[in-house]
Design a protein around this ligand. Structure first.
Ligand SMILES: [Zn+2]
Ligand SMILES: [Zn+2]
Length: 367
C-alpha cells in the first residue's frame, strides 16, 4: 500500500504548518534512533520524509495532486531528506524544531540555499568534576572562516553591487514543464546562475574575493551545563564556519571531556569516595569530615562500624542535566589498623582484651 504522509504524521489533510510541525516534533523525539525506549529508525526516516514534503508548500501541493508518495517521488524527483547534514548523531542536544525549520529552508521557492552553508566545526574542552557539579562557562579561541568584516559576508564591494539575478528574476528557481503519466506537470529547479539565492554580485569584495569569508580567530563562550557527561557533544548553532556569500554559517560542536579526579570516582550522577577512620572511631563511633565536590561535609559514624561499610549522603552527588534525579555521594569506610603500638597502648589493649573475654573478642590475639 502506498505511503500516506498525512497518516504517517497523524494529521488531517487540512492541517496547518504549525500543526504539522507540532506532530513532527513529537514523533521525531519518540522515534529518534537514539531514544532507547521507543526509537525506531525506519519510522524515524518515514516521518522525516513526510515532514520534508508537507512542510514545503510547493512539495505539499504536488503531493496532494497524487495523494501517493511513490507517484509523487517518481514525478518530482524528490528522494528524501539528506540526514547526514543535519547532525543527527546527538540526541541530547538535538533540536527538532530547528530541523523542521530547515525543511522549510526555502519554503517559498521550494529550494534551500543550504548547499553552500558553512562547514560545521568541532572543538574539544576538558573540565573538572567540580565544574561538572556547578556547571561552568569556558572561553575558547577558534580559528575559522568567519563572515568578511568589509562586506559583512555578502561578497559584494558595496550594497548596490548585489543585484537581482537576471536568469530567474530573483526567484531563485526556474520553472519547467514536464510530461508525466498524469499529464503535463510543472516542476521547478534551482537557478544555476545564482545557485538559488536570487541575487548575483556585480563587483566582488576586494578583501575576500567575493566569497564573503575571511580566516579569523574568534573568541567563543561555551556554557557547559551542570551534570554534563564525559564525551557529550554540545551544539552551538551558527558558530561553525561562515557560509559563502552570506549563506548560513555551520554549527560548532563541542566535545566535553571530564578529567579524572584524584579522590572521587563517578558513576552516573553519583560519586564514590573512600574515607579512612581509626579502629577506635570504628568501635566508639565519631563524626568525621569527608570531602565533597563543594567543600567538606560532616558524616556521623555509628559505633561498631565495620570496614567496607558504605554510607550514602543524598544530594551530594552531581546534578542531573534533565532537572531531576540528583546524585548521591557514597562514602566507603576504610578502617586503619595501627602498625606499631607504644608499650602503654599494648597494656591498655591487653586490658581491653581481658575485659572482652566473656564476649569472645580478641581471644586468639593475646593467648
Ligand atoms: Zn568581503
Ligand atoms: Zn537566478
Amino acid at each position: 500500500m502506498a505511503k500516506d504522509y498525512y497518516r504517517i504524521l497523524g494529521v488531517s489533510k487540512e492541517a496547518t504548518t504549525e500543526e504539522i510541525k507540532k506532530a513532527y516534533k513529537k514523533l521525531a523525539r519518540q522515534y529518534h534512533p537514539d531514544n532507547k525506549e521507543t526509537g525506531n529508525e525506519e519510522r524515524f526516516k518515514e516521518i522525516n520524509e513526510a515532514a520534508a514534503v508537507l512542510a514545503d508548500t510547493d512539495k505539499r501541493g504536488q503531493y496532494d495532486q497524487f495523494g501517493d508518495a511513490d507517484a509523487f517521488k517518481r514525478s518530482s524527483g524528490f528522494s528524501g531528506y539528506d540526514f547526514s547534514e543535519a547532525g543527527f548523531g546527538d540526541f541530547a542536544s538535538f533540536d527538532f524544531g530547528d530541523i523542521f525549520d530547515r525543511f522549510f529552508g526555502g519554503g517559498v521557492s521550494g529550494f534551500s540555499r543550504g548547499s553552500r552553508r558553512g562547514r560545521d566545526l568541532r572543538a574539544e574542552i576538558e573540565i573538572s568534576l567540580e565544574e561538572v557539579a556547578s556547571g561552568v562557562t569556558k572561553n575558547l579561541v577558534i580559528a575559522k572562516l568567519d563572515a568578511c568584516s568589509r562586506c559583512e559576508g555578502t561578497g559584494a564591494q558595496s550594497g548596490s553591487d548585489v543585484v537581482r539575478c537576471p536568469d530567474c528574476h530573483g526567484s531563485g528557481t526556474l520553472k519547467q514543464a514536464r510530461r508525466t503519466p498524469f499529464g503535463i506537470f510543472a516542476t521547478s529547479s534551482p537557478c544555476r546562475r545564482c545557485e538559488g539565492s536570487g541575487e548575483v554580485v556585480e563587483h566582488p569584495c576586494e578583501m575576500c574575493d567575493g566569497t564573503g569569508q575571511l580566516e579569523k580567530e574568534k573568541k567563543i563562550q561555551v556554557k557547559v551545563p551542570a551534570g554534563v557527561e564525559n564525551g557529550m557533544k554540545l551544539r552551538i548553532a551558527g558558530e561553525g564556519e561562515a557560509g559563502e556569500r552570506g549563506t548560513p554559517a555551520g554549527d560548532l560542536y563541542i566535545i566535553v571531556h571530564v578529567k579524572e579526579h584524584g579522590q572521587f570516582t563517578r558513576k552516573g550522577n553519583d560519586i564514590h569516595v573512600e574515607a579512612p577512620i581509626s579502629v577506635v572511631q570504628a568501635m566508639l563511633g565519631d563524626e568525621i569530615e569527608v570531602p565533597t565536590l563543594n567543600g567538606t561535609a560532616v558524616l556521623r559514624i555509628p559505633p561498631g562500624t565495620q570496614p567496607g561499610t558504605v554510607f550514602r549522603m543524598k544530594g551530594r552527588g552531581l546534578p542531573s542535566m534533565h532537572g531531576y534525579g540528583e546524585g548521591s555521594e557514597f562514602v566507603r569506610i576504610d578502617v586503619e589498623i595501627p602498625k606499631s603500638l607504644s608499650r602503654r597502648q599494648k597494656e591498655l589493649l591487653k586490658e581491653f582484651a581481658e575485659a572482652s573475654k566473656d564476649k569472645g573478642l580478641f581471644r586468639r590475639m593475646f593467648e
